[in-house]
Ligand binder design. Structure first.
Ligand code: NAI
Length: 255
């Protein structure tokens, strides 16, 4: 069996305090990478030990937390500075994101702007802040899109719009930086059990849970570890000829 080895890499994970980003951070550290967790706050939304403490306790890797709102230029610069101090970012996981269910006619411009600021501009400008470091030594960028970035949904129109933009940003960055040995790929998760879908929009635990489950051919929701496995593959040499790809991890929803 080929073990994934990320030792010597520094990985920046936005939104790494909670949910999917937390699991990616821990698994990357377990594979040997040093981690910069960039998030609004250290406490996981789902509770438990902060990511950085977990990594220090469970692995031999270094992990540092940087308080960061991906919509703030100064915060993005702080993340880049910390990554540089740790040796320079080799992997960037643009995972921070927000989700909103909505009635189309009731979405305010301010709500739409907030979704775009975090989900689209955050990915664009965090990547811009780190691109010089990623170019130094074979970088990898992994963007968290969604099945909602592949298929439309009348229930989540602004979210689908934002995640569709992440998909095309991924293809465009792959086109630009592939020749300079930076691979850029997207992961499109289905419904993954995190606070985002148990609290923000209660798909799990809400009235329509059974109905949503029926839309998944595997008849179960995913776990953060399912997405971390895909991210490990895209960060590793196992995917060295994969660039500008959409990796769908959704139990078959989009098929
Ligand atoms: P989550 O809500 O559990 O965790 C998101 C993390 O991002 C939190 O720690 C939060 O503090 C952080 N964050 C939010 N806004 C931020 C900002 N402006 N700056 C920095 N950090 C910020 O969400 P989850 O489920 O772990 O989602 C991670 C990514 O996966 C998101 O991009 C989401 O859209 C995407 N995704 C999630 C799915 C799911 O079913 N959970 C399905 C498809 C995509």
């Amino acid at each position: 069996m080929t073990a994934i080895d990320l030792s010597g890499d520094v990985a920046v994970v936005t939104g790494g305090a909670s949910g999917i980003g937390r699991e990616i951070s821990v698994q990357f550290a377990d594979a040997g990478a040093d981690i910069v967790v960039a998030d609004l706050r250290e406490e996981p939304r789902e509770g438990g030990t902060p990511t950085v403490e977990r990594i220090r306790a469970e692995t031999d890797s270094d992990a540092q937390f940087v308080e960061c709102d991906v919509t703030e230029q100064g915060d993005r610069e702080n993340v880049a500075k910390r990554a540089a101090e740790m040796g320079g970012a080799d992997v960037l996981v643009n995972n921070a994101g927000i989700f909103r269910g909505e009635e189309f006619t009731e979405v305010s411009e301010a709500e739409f702007d907030q979704l775009m600021d975090v989900n689209v501009k955050g990915v664009f400008f965090v990547t811009q802040a780190l691109i010089d470091q990623l170019l130094e030594d074979g970088g990898r960028v992994i963007n968290l899109s969604s099945v909602a970035g592949l298929e439309g949904s009348g229930d989540f129109i602004s979210y689908c719009t934002s995640k569709g933009a992440v998909r095309l940003m991924t293809y465009s960055l792959a086109d630009k930086y592939g020749p300079e040995d930076v691979r850029v790929n997207a992961i499109h998760p289905g419904v993954i059990e995190t606070a985002m879908v148990t609290e923000d929009v209660p798909i799990i635990g809400g009235e329509s849970e059974a109905e949503f489950r029926q839309t998944v051919p595997l008849r179960q929701f995913g776990q953060p570890g399912d997405i971390a496995d895909a991210a490990l593959y895209l960060a590793s040499d196992l995917s060295e000829y994969v660039n500008g790809e959409s990796l769908v991890v959704d139990g078959g929803i989009a098929s």
